[in-house]
Design a protein around this ligand. Structure first.
Ligand code: NIG
Ligand code: FE
Length: 427
């Protein structure tokens, strides 16, 4: 018998392989409870890759018959445990200087995120700190955080600028991401320009002039240097109005960027409807989404990215109405929102646990939301988010036999090995 397919990585002995693939996934993100809970399970399975790409995946005996491991290739025996796709985190703010632990305590004994922000804390405090730091130091700080995310199973991560709020400082954040892109031992980075994260102090009384700066100078410059793939804006009462957010996103789209939006996070007011109107790639947060917003997203290509870690870390109760959104046909995904203030957590497994307990999701739903659905939010469904021939070989060998245990064992380190692009990057 011939073994026609050469591979340089073979993972076998997989008790349960959660491929997270379902026929039709290539056409659009999943909608409805049945699709969302389909983890594409294969028992007694194996996966093979060549030069970072999956060349065979399925029942172990079939994969063994189909492939030949090249001399010097890597071999991993999963020992009967579970394997899942590498997680895709479609919303983080990982480029910053110091974090803001003092605000955490202040919030929990009574102050609100908004009142701390109004008194000069919050994002603006991070901006003052960020502007002072040089790029090399920021590269070192960000590298450490991204390594940590990879250890927690994140193999693709979106990272936003947004603590610069002026041309050079925003470009500095995006250049930090470019410096780190492709570095081994780090997740694959998807960079987003969030120059419209807040209004800088020097523009607080002439906000539209800052929107002009973002639209006419910062976004075009970021695009000219090839530093961003996406544009984002914080649309929330007291920050960017729907009208200002529309200008920023439309301009970014005109420049060729994918749009995403911080929408209906705390009080809400039209951000989800705007995302749907523009056909944005994602609308993120959605804790305060209105019925009209749910209806609009259900009819749009836009993925609703839920960030329950932030509501948990802020000590609030207003989680996104995930079950209602799923029933209504909104395509939902999951992300951490890792940032220096409202949620210092880069762990997808912990975020899955919070999603299950506070938004009443099943562990299987959260797995799909953190893989193929998140890949759709980043408009990368062809390369990441599920284990299929032709996709990047990003996978996690768990220490447990099921994904349910990883979610239930909150805060425990249940990831044995991380494989990215067919190479073992954390073990
Ligand atoms: O997604 N909402 C705006 N941005 C972040 C918070 C960033 C921060 O507090 O530094 C968020 O929650
Ligand atoms: Fe955010």
């Amino acid at each position: 018998m011939t073994h026609p397919i050469a591979c340089d990585l073979l993972v076998d002995g997989i008790g349960r392989l959660y491929t997270c693939h379902r026929p039709g996934d290539e056409k659009g993100p999943r909608r409805g409870p049945d699709a969302l809970s389909d983890v594409g399970l294969v028992e007694d399975a194996a996966v093979a890759a060549y030069q970072g790409e999956i060349v065979a995946v399925g029942p172990q005996d079939e994969v063994h018959r189909a492939v030949r491991l090249l001399p010097g290739g890597a071999y991993l025996d999963a020992g009967g445990r579970a394997v899942v796709p590498g997680f895709v985190d479609p919303h983080t703010h990982a480029v910053f200087g110091r974090s803001r632990p003092e605000e955490f305590g202040r919030r929990l004994v009574g102050e609100s995120y908004q009142s701390i922000a109004a008194s000069g804390g919050g994002i603006r405090a991070s901006v003052r700190d960020f502007r002072r730091r040089d790029r090399r130091e920021l590269v070192t700080l960000t590298r450490g955080r991204l390594r940590e995310a990879l250890r927690s199973g994140t193999t693709t991560i979106e990272v936003k600028s947004g603590y610069g709020l002026e041309l050079e400082a925003e470009l500095k954040a995006l250049r930090v991401l470019r410096d780190l892109s492709g570095e081994s031992g780090l997740p694959r980075i998807v960079p987003t320009c969030l120059a419209a994260h807040e209004f800088p102090d020097e523009y607080r009384d002439r906000r539209d002039a800052y929107v002009d700066l973002v639209c006419e100078t910062i976004l075009p410059q970021a695009v000219a240097e090839g530093l961003a793939e996406r544009v984002d804006v914080f649309c929330e009462p007291g920050v960017y109005t729907v009208e200002q957010a529309r200008r920023v996103l439309s301009r970014g789209m005109e420049l060729g960027l994918d749009a995403c939006i911080h929408a209906d996070e705390l009080e809400g007011g039209g951000g989800s409807e705007l995302a749907a109107e523009l056909g944005a790639a994602s609308a993120d947060h959605l804790g305060a989404i209105a019925p009209e917003g749910i209806e609009a997203l259900a009819a749009a290509p836009t993925v609703g990215v839920l960030l329950p870690g932030t509501i948990f870390s802020l000590g609030l109760d207003r989680f996104a109405p995930a079950r209602t959104m799923i029933e209504a046909g909104v395509a939902v995904a999951l992300a951490t929102d890792f940032n220096p203030g409202s949620n210092y957590c880069s762990s997808i497994p912990l975020t899955m646990a919070i999603a299950c307990t506070r938004m009443h999701l099943h562990p299987h739903e959260t797995l799909v939301m953190a893989t193929i659905q998140a890949a759709w939010a980043l408009r990368r469904p062809d390369s990441v988010g599920s284990l299929r021939v032709g996709k990047r070989c990003d996978l996690l060998v768990l220490r447990t036999e099921t994904i349910d245990e990883l979610v239930q064992h909150m805060g425990a380190d249940e990831i044995e090995t991380v494989v990215q692009d067919g190479r073992i990057v954390a073990d």
